[in-house]
Design a protein around this ligand. Structure first.
Ligand code: PLP
Length: 422
């Protein structure tokens, strides 16, 4: 499906109205249900005799068989569970895939994708990936003789130069975590396919509400469902979604064969969280746009990272492939010490490694979520030590901005510490 480009501004001011005007600019045009309806409608017939309006939790390890020789639809919850099945079907629909697989965490989902590779194969990855993904790629896959190379650029051409005859998987996030760089999904899919490689997109940052990489010809979508899909910071979960039937068969073999499945109760919590994904995302990204606007006018924030603040070319790619800017904003101050003081001075943003919840939170990625990046990879990717990442929640934006203003002002009281910029 060709995605229409209806965004025409790269300024944060006026973004909220632009967002609502273009809210569904990349809309399903095939006559099927719109995403706001899809999020609410239960999918799949569970055959519940009581017609429960929410999906029941099948908290069982195993299922009784009709006879010793006849299997029923479900036999063992690692291989399949009705609550998880409803969730997987809904995730497949939301991402325009044919099948989805729910895992015990986002990293378990990404690890499952790497199981498609053979010893000797190579992964090309955008360098600004989540720290845990980097640790998996750089430290653990090495044991299976799978290598990884990180690409600093974000265009399809930046990647095209780096393919070798061993490249089998391209792994990207867009926008990336935590620098919010945008990678061209469709351009990269074309180049990956020319080299007989698969393109896997970690869609955690925007969620299926704002971006659908499979529609842009990516082969695999992964999620840390712990983040926006869940939205309530009470579940660790992951998902893999694909369109291709053969890939789906392989992934089912890996999911069942290795067993890192999502349990029934967590599947239920995720189903509950997904129902409000649309309203949460709308509110969160409206707040995030206001905060990005506030920060970009503040002298203490030396650089602000948010898709709408990207230079023209990258923003044009973003609006071609996404329906919004998301709810994560990061910024630099020029000093690790000042950043630490800001982070610790905030009252409405608890310091947490995660993002995507209803409640705003703050982190220093270099010291927290990305501390697991191996030293030489960290040096190559140039993650600013003073980078502050904000996950913007559904609170009143004025309160969040007032809290930020105060923390920035207090940190301003120690200008001599700018000398320690790291
Ligand atoms: C973009 C991204 N992908 C994957 C993961 C890993 O997910 P999980 O923590 O659910 O294992 C994270 C975690 O922060 C993330 O930010």
């Amino acid at each position: 499906m060709q995605l229409p480009n209806r965004w025409n501004s790269n300024h944060t001011s006026g973004l909220s109205s632009e967002l609502s005007r273009c809210k569904r600019s990349v809309q399903e045009s095939d006559g099927v249900m719109k995403i706001d309806t899809k999020l609410i409608q239960s999918v799949g017939g569970l055959g519940d005799p009581h017609h429960a309006v929410t999906t029941p939790i099948y908290q069982t390890a195993t299922f009784e068989q009709e006879s010793a020789l006849e299997f029923s639809e479900y036999d063992y919850s690692r291989s399949g569970n009705p609550t998880r099945a409803v969730l997987e079907q809904q995730l497949a629909e939301l991402e325009h895939g044919t099948r989805a697989f729910a895992f015990a965490s986002g990293l378990a989902a990404i690890a499952a994708v790497t199981r498609l590779l053979q010893p000797g194969d190579e992964i090309l990855a955008v360098d600004d990936v989540y720290g845990g993904t980097c640790r998996l790629f750089s430290k653990i896959l090495k044991r299976s003789h799978i290598s990884v190379r990180y690409i600093h650029g974000t265009t399809a051409q930046d990647f095209a130069r780096e393919f070798s005859d061993r490249t089998r998987l391209v792994h990207i996030e867009t926008p990336t975590n935590p620098l919010l760089k945008v990678v061209d999904i469709a351009g990269l899919a074309e180049i990956a396919h020319q080299h007989n490689a698969l393109l896997c997109v970690d869609n955690t940052m925007l969620s299926p509400y704002l971006q659908n990489p499979l529609v842009l010809e990516a082969d695999i979508v992964v999620h840390s469902a712990t983040k926006f899909l869940c939205g309530h910071s009470d579940v660790i979960a992951g998902a893999v979604v694909v369109r291709d039937e053969k890939l789906a068969e392989d992934l089912y073999l890996i999911q069942n064969g290795e067993g890192a499945v999502l349990g029934p109760f967590d599947s239920y919590l995720l189903l509950r969280g997904i129902k409000t994904l649309g309203v949460r995302m709308e509110r969160q990204q409206t707040n995030a746009a206001k905060i990005a606007g506030f920060l970009s006018g503040h002298p203490r924030a030396s650089r602000v990272h948010y898709p709408s603040l990207l230079e023209k070319k990258s923003f044009a790619i973003h609006v071609r492939q996404a329906r919004g800017n998301g709810a994560v904003v990061s910024f630099e101050t020029g000093s690790l010490e000042i950043s630490r003081q800001i982070v610790e001075g905030l009252k409405l943003f608890p310091i947490t490694v995660s993002f995507g919840g209803l409640q705003s939170s703050v982190s220093l990625p270099g010291r927290m979520s990305h501390a697991s990046v191996p030293a030489q990879v960290a040096a190559h990717r140039q993650l600013p030590a003073d980078l502050i990442r904000l996950s913007v929640g559904i609170e009143d934006a004025d309160d969040l901005i007032a809290d930020l203003a105060e923390a920035l002002e207090v940190a301003e009281g120690v200008p001599e510490l700018r000398a320690s910029a790291g």
